[in-house]
Ligand binder design. Structure first.
Ligand SMILES: [Fe+2]
Ligand SMILES: [Fe+2]
Length: 281
């Protein structure tokens, strides 16, 4: 799939909103909580893949790593700006980012970093497909937020196969079974930590907006994740596919989905009113 790095700015910090998603505070918080992982995470992914680039022979794969790195660098910049917006709304973003930094900092060996990157890329791939499969997901959202998430989803789909391809190319000495055990073990560890932190950050944002920590708030979050819009439920088939021994990082429907996603992004950008960012360099 073509990897196209689109140097776009969405200006989230120029117009921060607590209820940008369907005028719904908790729904917005659940997606905002995803952004908190991204600047740290995406820098980690770039470093993980670039570590292996010099030892690869395949020029096509090296070019894919380059395209991947440019896309993720633009994502990092826009999510830094997004997180500046969250900070300006009074949320403890420094504390939450510090937790993400510490968790990722514990992964030291290059091969483990690559395995964690493959696992998180699969999560972002699943989340992106869920967004692209729901044409009206951001119809009632603030333009700049909706455009940013669709842009990010399109590019995540474009580069979803790069990390798994690097894993295969960088580990020729491993048997298929060894590689399978390592990547699924990494995914199990990532899933447990990622969802725990995601829910914790969603709750923290809601509480900072005056919501009471308790069954009502937790029930609402469970509803959003598993029922409507099913942010987690609708990514689960992609995640389960990762546990298949002969997992293929590209699904047959991806090309069609990507084509529709690119057209949707162009259409959204045509009519969007994007504020000027106040923080992005
Ligand atoms: Fe990204
Ligand atoms: Fe990515």
């Amino acid at each position: 799939m073509d990897i196209i790095a689109r140097n776009l700015r969405f200006g989230i910090s120029g117009d921060p909103q607590r209820r940008w998603f369907d005028d719904d505070l908790v729904k917005s918080a659940a997606v905002d909580a995803f952004s908190i992982f991204l600047p740290e995470g995406e820098r980690f992914f770039i470093r993980s893949l670039r570590h292996y680039a010099p030892q690869l022979d395949d020029p096509e794969l090296k070019a894919e790593i380059k395209g991947y790195s440019v896309q993720e660098a633009y994502h990092t910049r826009e999510h830094e700006d997004y997180n500046v917006a969250l900070r300006s709304l009074g949320y403890d973003i420094d504390g939450m980012e510090e937790t993400v930094r510490k968790v990722l900092g514990r992964v030291k060996r290059p091969i483990d970093r690559l395995l964690v990157t493959c696992a998180i890329e699969q999560i972002t791939y699943g989340t992106s497909k869920m967004m692209l499969k729901t044409p009206d997901l951001f119809d009632q959202s603030a333009d700049h937020y909706g455009c940013l998430w669709i842009w990010h989803a399109v590019e995540e789909l474009e580069h979803s196969a790069v990390a798994p391809h690097v894993l295969t190319a960088a580990t020729p000495q491993m048997s298929g079974i060894q590689r399978y055990v390592m990547r699924t073990a990494a995914m199990a560890g990532v899933l447990a930590l990622f969802y725990r932190l995601w829910i914790r950050h969603t709750v923290a944002i809601a509480v900072a907006n005056g919501r009471k920590r308790g069954p009502k708030l937790y029930g609402r979050i469970v509803w959003l994740l598993f029922v409507r819009p099913g942010l987690l439920r609708r990514t689960s088939s992609g995640l389960l596919r990762y546990f298949l021994p002969f997992y293929n990082p590209i699904a047959p429907e991806d090309a069609r989905l990507l084509q529709a996603g690119r057209a949707r992004l162009d259409k959204m950008l045509e009519t969007a009113h994007l504020p000027q960012p106040v923080s992005a360099a």
